[in-house]
Write a protein that binds this ligand. Structure first.
Ligand code: ATP
Length: 432
């Protein structure tokens, strides 16, 4: 973490927080930099709280790949590379009927190295390029109904693989779900790539106090390039290329305890036990809650719970949608402000928000209003079948979004659910 007061920079839309370019933060990567004497930076593909992600040309093998450059802070003990390497080949037996090579839906790491710079030492690794994350596609509306089914099935299978190998992903949401880029991109020369996608979009970085920049920060910020196509143009082949990415929060519950309060999943996708029981260890079941919210969003490209509200409001929405009668009794007492243990008062425990609020629709109505009605307005994307399919979807979502983590469905139950078995998985098999 920073020891100095952070510098203020003029706001640049669509780029990482520039105040993170300080000791302990991001490395100031620039276009055309060569990292590790081997990877020439071509463009930016994205950023997260812990890294910046770049498209680079491998000068040794003359191919394009992705370099993920981590923050240098030692305050973040991330085992991402270790876990990804462990997942490259299954070590534990796969459940019966599991597809061959399930690890193809997990990022493959080619190389890891350190880069030293003005902000410290940064762990970097190289990966296969993908065409952006599924969240970016939501601006372009809906996946065709067959593709939405196949994406949901592929995502559930990727999670099943991770769980079968003893790991919890810990951060499942649409920004961490990528789609492989057609392999032709790997071999495009720099000239061909620029012809196809244009040059990088860069914006000069300036300080609010107008002082010159220090070497900690790049002279230009790079707006990430969107390599992908629109949601409505996705095909089942794209769904086969799904990658469950970002294992920065992953852990093995057998060897490491992760408490609810240390869960970093965005509030809209985070399991409620992380709030109601912040000092209890979380496990595979927390991933299932996040998987439930991710599958919902794939179906209608709208999050089930608000992404801009604080924890109390989001929990209120969860209760509206799923029903207060489903909230475990001890949580309900905390929520309603009863049985308060003033000695161990924890302000983090969710409470009924003050003031007037408009309740959210129950799950069944939300499905009609937020998924099916939008789909009906589109000409080609299609709706989920009314009747049996809709009921099967709602049964699955309710199973995954069971408040009590002990009663929540396991990934095995998800894969064997009626909707997965009769609609989602067969969609994948049609083209396998
Ligand atoms: N292999 C890839 N190909 C293309 N884009 C990628 C790739 N990996 C990551 N990205 C892009 O970079 C973004 C950030 O990556 P990632 O989520 O792995 O970073 P992070 O710093 O670990 O994030 P977080 O704060 O969520 O932990 C992704 O949302 C995605 O848009």
């Amino acid at each position: 973490m920073s020891l100095s007061e952070s510098t203020d920079y003029r706001w640049i839309d669509g780029v990482e927080g520039l105040e993170l370019y300080e000791p302990g933060g991001h490395h100031p990567v620039m276009i055309d930099d060569v990292l590790h004497n081997r990877y020439r930076i071509v463009d930016k593909l994205g950023f997260g709280g812990f890294s910046t992600v770049w498209l680079a040309r491998d000068l040794t093998k003359n191919r394009n790949l992705v370099v993920k450059v981590g923050r240098s802070s030692v305050g973040f003990p991330r085992k991402e590379t270790e876990i990804l390497q462990a997942l490259q080949t299954p070590k534990l037996p796969l459940p019966p009927g599991f597809e061959a090579n399930p690890q193809t839906n997990i990022p493959s790491i080619f190389d890891t190295f350190d880069v030293r710079g003005p902000n410290g030492t940064h762990t970097c690794y190289t990966l296969t390029p993908a065409q952006g994350n599924l969240k970016e596609k939501s601006f372009s509306r809906l996946f065709p109904v067959q593709v939405a089914r196949a994406l949901a099935a592929k995502l559930a299978r990727a999670v099943a693989y991770v769980h079968s190998q003893g790991f919890v992903h810990g951060d499942i949401h649409l920004r961490n779900i990528l789609i492989k880029f057609p392999s032709e991109l790997d071999d495009l020369s720099l000239q061909e790539f620029r012809k196809m996608f244009g040059g990088p979009e860069t914006v000069p970085v300036t300080r609010v106090d107008n002082k010159p920049l220090t070497p900690n920060v790049p002279s230009h910020a790079v707006v990430p390039l969107n390599l992908g196509k629109y949601a409505e143009d996705f095909t089942i082949v794209d769904a086969h290329g799904l990658i469950l990415s970002d294992f920065g929060q992953a852990f093995s519950p057998d060897t490491e305890q992760r408490l609810g309060k240390d869960c970093n999943t965005p509030v809209a996708s985070r399991a409620p036990e992380t709030y109601f029981e912040p000092n209890r260890p979380i496990s595979f079941s927390s991933d299932i809650w996040s998987l439930g919210t991710a599958i919902w969003e794939i179906l209608g490209m709208k999050p089930l719970f608000s992404e801009i509200e604080e924890q109390d409001e989001v929990v209120a929405e969860q209760i509206d949608v799923l029903g207060i009668h489903n909230l475990p009794a001890p949580w309900r007492r905390k929520w309603e402000g009863k049985d308060i243990d003033w000695e161990n008062w924890n302000t983090e425990i969710p409470r009924l928000p003050f003031g007037k609020r408009t309740p959210w629709p129950v799950l069944e109505d939300a499905f009609q209003e937020c998924v099916q009605e939008d789909r009906r307005e589109m000409v080609t994307e299609g709706v989920f079948e009314e009747g049996e399919e809709t009921e099967a979807i709602l049964e699955l979502i309710r199973g995954m979004l069971t408040f009590n983590p002990e009663e929540r469905w396991t990934i095995d139950m998800v894969l064997h659910s009626k909707w997965m078995a009769q609609w989602a998985l067969p969609e994948l098999e049609k083209t396998a």
